[in-house]
Structure formats: C-alpha cells, structure tokens
Design a protein around this ligand. Structure first.
Ligand SMILES: [Fe+2]
Length: 226
C-alpha cells in the first residue's frame, strides 16, 4: 500500500553542489518513503506479534524502523525545500528572531556551523513552544536528538552522504556552501505558519502545568488568570 509519495524538488537552483550529489541524496530519501509505506502496510494489518521484548523482537524492530523512516522522510523534505532558490541572507521576521536570540546573524551562523561539525546527522533550527523562542537542536540520527513538538524552521543534513561526492570529507566546506544556499523565504514562511498556529501555546502549556500545582516553583501564576 502507498500511504505517502516522494515529493519533487528542483535542484537546478542550488549553487556549489552537483546534480549528481543531490540526485544521489534524493534517491536515499525515496528509500525512506518506500520504507514508511512498507512499515505502515505491515502495522496496518493489525497483527499482534508474539514474544514482545525490548532487546529483540518483531514489534521492537517495527517501532525502531518506523520512527527512523518517518523522521527520515520529514527531515529530508524540510532539508530539500530550504536548500536553494532563495535569498541567501536572512531578512524579515526570522532575522529579528535570530538577532533577538543570538545577538547577530554572524554569531548565529558560527554557532550553527559549530553544531554542524559536532553532530552526526542533522542540525535543526526550531522555534520551541516551550518558551516561544529559537533553539538549535543537534541530531545524531533521524530519531536520535529529535525534540517533540518543536517546530523546525531550518534543517541541515550533515550525514556524509549529503556531501561526500562533492566535498569528500570536507564537511566544513559543505556547510559553508549549504549556508550560502539557504532559502530564507521558506524559513520565514515556516516561522509565519508557526506564529499563526501556535501563538497561544506557551501560555496554555503553562496553565496546564499550573493546574498540576507547579506554579509556585516556576512563577507562572499570571499566565492563567483568564
Ligand atoms: Fe540525508
């Protein structure tokens, strides 16, 4: 059964990376889409597997495969769509948010690069409804380091497969080229979508916490009067 389909991306407007590199990467993404369909087909048979076990079991394999493949699809779609074709300098609301959190775009860029050189899988600039602020999260794999409910704005793949054909092991050079290719139009669009749908979330979240009696600890009482 085909539950999801691969999305199409135009790589012609990516500068400094070859179509060979990008098309090979895209093939990996298609593999994750196929695996999601395969796993969901199995799970939707609603079969109960025998001998559930947290060391080795059929159910465990399916669960680990599911989160790895689903996150693999989502992260690659975010990555391909924020790569190329746009304004390569931040502007507008995302620039305001970056300056507010990191002081300057230059500092943000250095921290983003630094995290890119420190992780094995991904760098994700997110806005987190926990405090309604920007955070850069580092992932060692699609499903290792992902943060629940944070809203991804800018995603960079740092797995070797993302750059090895064009840059060998020179990840630093790849990251520089990636940064030059960021589509800030898309990043601003994601930020705008977050603000439209999540604006009240931090307050509501804290009010729920208040109801379970931790307001005195964190001083959130004023959020919950209405
Ligand atoms: Fe990748």
């Amino acid at each position: 059964m085909e539950y999801i389909q691969s999305k199409k991306y135009d790589f012609e407007d990516v500068n400094g990376m070859t179509l060979k590199q990008l098309n090979q990467h895209y093939k990996l993404y298609e593999g994750y889409v196929n695996k999601v369909n395969e796993i969901w087909t199995i799970l939707n048979e609603n079969k109960l597997y025998e001998n559930p076990n947290p060391t080795l079991s059929d159910t465990r394999s399916l669960m680990l495969g599911q989160s790895y493949a689903v996150d693999g699809v989502k992260l690659h779609e975010l990555y391909f769509s924020n790569l190329g074709g746009g304004n390569n300098m931040p502007y507008g609301d995302i620039l305001n948010e970056i300056q507010k959190k990191y002081g300057s775009y230059e500092f943000f860029k250095e921290r983003f690069k630094n995290i890119g050189l420190s992780m094995r899988g991904w760098v994700v600039l997110s806005i987190d409804p926990l405090d309604n602020n920007l955070h850069i999260y580092g992932l060692d794999a699609h499903d290792v380091g992902t943060v629940l409910m944070s809203y991804p704005l800018l995603v960079m793949d740092v797995y070797e497969h993302a750059y090895m054909i064009d840059f060998g092991i020179d990840r630093k050079k790849y990251i520089d080229v990636f940064i030059e290719n960021i589509n800030w139009d898309i990043v601003n669009e994601r930020l705008s979508n977050y603000k439209k749908t999540n604006r009240d979330f931090p307050r509501k979240y804290r009010c729920i916490s208040d109801k379970i009696n931790i307001k005195k600890t964190y001083g959130w009482a004023n959020y919950c009067k209405d």
